[in-house]
Design a protein around this ligand. Structure first.
Ligand code: C5P
Length: 241
């Protein structure tokens, strides 16, 4: 029998790098909030999926009102975010039973395609922890910020830190798991190295499987990303509903 399906949509960040008044997940992209677009991808990819939306406490009423105003009638459980992404995911996992499949996705990645999400849910029936990654095409530098003699901050090389690009991949979301594994992994104490769910599960000692993600599934972080997202939406019909 196939497992119940859950999608945790992470939208509790403050989004300060966007430089907007509103956290970036609520900014409108071609007439719809980014969060709205993201939830729709999951609902269309996997009808019957249980949506858990994690929000800043300060914006829970805002989101309820947005859904009413836009007639966005979607069964979703709203959960209050935590101090870091890790704490937000942990709060959401209280609503997920063991024995299910759970996808965790950044609300600010609305350009993931329905077909990719559908494929991940299918693969997750037999794969306990599945992580999408993109090979790094740029040469990476390991640098640190230091103050110079004038007191200005500048970037300096960390000695002995040349990295072999051929082994570097950027992790994306959705990351998808058998829920009992993710729930157990999230019982660990917080570590600042936990910047995604894969890092939490890996530290818990479980194996991860990988698949190549989607180049256009970018994390909308700065104003420039919004320009890119509009261009991608205009080109790709599967992203543009
Ligand atoms: O901060 P970062 O870019 O890693 O955020 C990735 C996603 O996690 C965003 O969609 C953000 O809203 C969410 N997040 C969260 N709770 C936090 C911090 C970030 O749900 N405390």
């Amino acid at each position: 029998m196939s497992r119940m399906k859950y999608a945790i949509i992470m939208a509790a960040g403050s989004g300060t790098r966007m430089g907007a008044e509103m956290p970036k997940q609520f900014i409108e992209l071609e007439g719809k909030a980014i969060l709205h677009r993201t939830i729709e991808v999951f609902l269309n990819a996997c009808p019957g999926v249980s949506i858990i939306t994690v929000l800043p406490e300060s914006h829970m009423d805002y989101w309820r009102q947005y859904c009413l105003d836009r007639n966005f009638i979607c069964p979703q459980v709203l959960v209050k975010g935590g101090i870091t992404r890790f704490h937000s995911v942990r709060n959401a996992l209280e609503k997920v039973p063991a024995g299910a499949i759970v996808a965790v996705h950044d609300a600010v990645r609305p350009l993931v395609t329905e077909s990719f999400v559908k494929d991940m849910f299918m693969k997750a029936e037999t794969t306990p922890a599945l992580i999408p990654v993109i090979p790094c095409v740029d040469t990476m530098k390991v640098l640190e910020k230091k103050k110079n003699a004038n007191g200005d901050e500048e970037l300096v090389t960390m000695p002995g830190q040349n990295v072999d690009r051929s082994v570097l991949y950027a992790a994306q979301t959705p990351q998808i798991f058998h829920s009992e594994i993710l729930k157990e992994a999230y019982e660990q104490a917080f570590d600042t190295a936990f910047t995604d769910d894969a890092s939490v599960v890996l530290k818990y000692g479980k194996n991860l499987s990988y698949l190549i993600g989607e180049r256009f599934n970018i994390k909308l972080t700065t104003q420039d990303d919004l320009v890119l997202a509009k261009a991608i939406l205009s080109l790709s019909p599967s992203c543009s509903s």
